[in-house]
Design a protein around this ligand. Structure first.
Ligand code: SF4
Length: 324
């Protein structure tokens, strides 16, 4: 019986939680700790999740904002969100040893940006101005890249040559929002170039599809994820656009009983950087309130794995200095 005396149910989204890029980034830090030992420096949060970051901090990882905080001969890991070329150059200049945990799907967007910039295109990067991934991608060609995130900004946009425009997207956007913006871009620049559909990654897309399915069958949805996690915030928005209230929680401590008032069925999912342990603890909490029936919705099976950075898997590299 739930807190209103009604038997309640939890529907779990599938897929949910860690994506291949996050698994790779966390495995990279753990393997580096094993091979090199602490202290290990990670530029910014390795992935945007408080629990993950705190766990690694306890193992001896030092999270830094800028490379100036890394001592001479230190080892620095770049986060899954990627970095601008100037950061790589700064690491080379300081002769820091770099291990690059940038998600390969983010690297793909960097490469596309470079390709279009070299061909003289104005590049419209659809994304959130201050997000680390966008800052990193824009850094590939700051003079050619314009960042925008609304249809209004598309309407206001002026470019030197409307026939030489390309677009790219941040990997963690809401595909519903991105679709509108891309349609507006195609309408304004009929010859615009871009990826076949968009660069929103498989994990973002699958988790958004899963929460849409959840929204069809639940009264309220809890999304496990940190407030600075872009893909987790987009999940909340997608659910809200589908008409179901959704709440972002780092852990059970954030849950307000008022959200669950009158809810017979609660949906539960997790952003791409949120660990399954946290989903388990939320489930335990909900069971304690009487939501004992737990069902997992069917969803696509993900079978994506990325190789670990060669800096760790290649021949003994202790003492090597590299900026790439
Ligand atoms: Fe890579 Fe997508 Fe995961 Fe971002 S959300 S780390 S782009 S797989």
């Amino acid at each position: 019986m739930n807190h209103k005396g009604i038997e309640g149910k939890v529907l779990l989204a599938s897929p949910r939680g860690f994506c291949a890029g996050v698994v790779r980034a966390i495995d990279t830090v753990n393997l580096a700790l094993e091979q090199l030992g602490p202290p290990l420096y990670v530029r910014r949060e390795i992935v945007h999740n408080r629990y993950v970051v705190e766990g690694l901090r306890k193992k001896g990882v030092v999270f830094i904002q800028e490379l100036g905080e890394v001592p001479q001969d230190g080892v620095v890991i770049f986060s899954a969100h990627g970095v601008a070329p100037e950061v790589r150059a700064a690491a080379r200049a300081r002769r820091l040893r770099v291990i690059d945990a940038t998600c390969p799907l983010v690297t793909k967007v960097h490469i596309e940006a470079l390709k279009y910039a070299r061909a003289g295109f104005t590049i419209i990067l659809v994304g959130h101005e201050n997000h680390e991934e966008v800052v990193g991608t824009r850094g590939e060609a700051p003079e050619s890249i314009r960042v925008l995130s609304t249809v209004q900004e598309v309407e206001d946009l002026e470019v030197p040559d409307p026939d030489r425009v390309a677009y790219l997207t941040q990997t963690t956007l809401s595909f519903l929002d991105a679709r509108q913006i891309i349609e507006a871009l195609r309408c304004k620049f009929p010859n615009i170039r871009g990826p076949a559909s968009h660069d929103i990654c498989y994990a973002t897309q699958n988790r958004q599809n899963a929460i849409l399915e959840l929204a069809r069958q639940t009264d309220v949805i809890l999304v496990v994820g940190s407030p600075n996690s872009s893909n987790s915030r987009r999940l909340v928005e997608v659910a809200a656009q589908a008409g179901v209230p959704a709440h972002l929680i780092d852990d059970t401590g954030d849950i307000r009983q008022s959200w669950l008032q009158g809810a017979d069925t609660i949906g539960l999912t997790a952003g791409a950087s949120a660990p399954e342990e946290l989903v388990g603890s939320v489930l335990d909490y909900l069971r304690g309130l009487g939501y004992a029936d737990v069902e997992t919705l069917g969803g696509v099976r993900e079978d994506v794995h990325f190789a670990l950075p060669s800096e760790l898997t290649a021949a003994p590299a202790r003492g090597r200095t590299s900026g790439d």
